[in-house]
Design a protein around this ligand. Structure first.
Ligand code: UGA
Length: 432
């Protein structure tokens, strides 16, 4: 099978590389010529553990290639994956589908034999219907099939998630396409992945409903953590006690800062906007968004309380500023709300992140990047552990900053309160 991935962002690049590693011929296309040139040299535009090695290996053995020539790549391929961005529209909460539709037009003028056209980008319900309309303007419906095959890759774990997915969702009623796609995914199905065949619209909604449900689960446990703090209960006991019920499940029950990233905030908004189009009120998801937006204020209030409301000239360190570990992605990270708010109140902020300096804080007053953990914490009054990087999990603060003492606010619960307190540090965490 010859595969064409349109868009070499997160989804397109990771999926393309993994498909080539499974033995398929894959061409990854992007209109950004410099990106394509760099990829051919093995320079990867995104931070994802293990991705560079797989790109280099599969490019060398010629199963993976890169191109800017969209028309030729479509003509040469049997299966076309649309993997372009669907960001939130400016001044609205719905998804901007302009890239998806413009690519669909390009596909429509390059169909030379039967093609399966797949949306891997997260697209609202009925987008597949629209793509089909666009392509059928120039082509007989027998020459193509539009399928929804959403991705469930987490940043930082994307390769593992691709190789060992819980499920593969194929949204199509076309028998021929279903047979071909089941065959394509067979190496993963034979290792235990569930294959779920639904209507196209159902597959589109499965993606949004899944992300919204996970966002709800996190927000739920965050609110329960607030109650734990008031009642002297350890939130981790609650997560374990609830998670062992198979109907609930233990994953995504870690309390912490507001959820962020390029998906949950965007997709929860977009599903509400889709529902409104169909005159349906998704009140649960609406309150999740509200609660999550309020969470950074709640944690900021806790910071003010910890520092006895005296923030001016206080030296505050952030360990980790990305929205989660194993990524350099800053999109919708809660640090983007907390750091400017503390700076505005007169704090002097230093941060260390394993993925380096962040341009997002360039214009924020009194915010400085330090390139080692020690330099970032040594003169601090308060150290905030914002992201759960492994790099932070075994820090011995006592040895690191001999004789100095600061307060630690562990927003990811990565330390044992007894051990940290035994080292002589005042320690706060989430829901325990
Ligand atoms: C998410 C989904 O998990 C993927 O299945 C999906 O494919 C992807 O969006 C997407 O739509 O492309 P991602 O945004 O990369 O993946 O990251 P997650 O690991 O889901 O984390 C999202 C946020 O939730 C982070 O801020 C993280 O810190 C937070 N989180 C996660 C918690 O606060 N607690 C948890 O227990 C789990």
């Amino acid at each position: 099978m010859k595969l064409c991935m349109i868009g070499t962002g997160y989804v397109g690049l990771v999926s393309g590389v993994c498909f080539s590693d499974l033995g398929n011929d894959v061409i990854c296309v992007d209109k950004d010529a410099d990106k394509i040139k760099q990829l051919k040299k093995g320079n990867i535009p995104i931070y994802e553990p293990g991705l560079a090695e797989l790109v280099i290996k599969n490019y060398k053995n010629k199963r993976l290639n890169f191109s800017t020539d969209l028309k030729k790549s479509i003509k040469d391929s049997d299966i076309i994956f649309i993997c372009v961005g669907t960001p939130t529209k400016k001044n609205s909460s719905s998804a901007d589908l302009s890239q998806v539709y413009s690519v669909s037009k390009e596909i429509s003028s390059s169909i030379n034999k039967f093609k399966i056209i797949i949306t891997k980008s997260t697209v609202p319900v009925t987008t597949g219907d629209e793509i089909e309309k666009i392509i059928s303007k120039k082509n007989n419906k027998k020459k193509f099939s539009v399928v929804s095959n959403p991705e469930f890759l987490r940043e930082g774990e994307a390769i593992r998630d691709f190789i060992f997915p819980d499920r593969i969702v194929i949204g199509s009623n076309d028998k021929k396409s279903n047979r071909i796609l089941k065959n394509l995914y067979n190496p993963l199905i034979s290792k235990g992945a569930q294959y779920v065949n639904t209507s196209r619209r159902a597959a589109e909604l499965i993606k949004y409903a899944s992300n919204s449900f996970l966002a709800t689960k996190i927000t739920f446990i965050n609110e329960i953590a607030n109650l734990c703090e008031k009642t002297g209960i350890n939130i981790e006991d609650i997560s374990i006690g609830m998670g062992l019920d198979k109907r609930i499940g233990s994953r995504f029950l870690r309390a912490g800062p507001a959820y962020g990233g390029s998906c949950f905030p965007k997709d929860t908004k977009a599903i509400i906007s889709t529902a409104e189009k169909f005159k349906t009120n998704l009140s649960v998801i609406k309150s999740v968004i509200k609660s999550n937006q309020n969470r950074s204020n709640l944690l900021l209030n806790k910071v003010y309380e910890i520092l006895n409301k005296k923030i001016k000239n206080k030296r505050i360190t952030f360990l980790g500023v990305t929205f989660k570990a194993n990524t350099d992605d800053m999109r919708d990270s809660s640090s983007l709300k907390m750091i400017p708010a503390l700076s505005k109140k007169g704090a002097i902020i230093k941060y260390f992140d394993p993925t380096g300096y962040k341009k997002e804080f360039k214009k924020i007053k009194n915010v400085f990047y330090e390139n080692t953990i020690r330099k970032s914490v040594e003169s601090s009054d308060l150290v905030i552990v914002h992201t759960e990087w492994n790099d932070f999990k075994s820090i011995n603060f006592k040895n690191l900053v001999k004789g100095k003492k600061f307060i630690i606010y562990d927003m990811r619960n990565i330390y044992s309160p007894t051990k940290i307190k035994a080292q002589g540090f005042k320690y706060f965490c989430i829901g325990r």
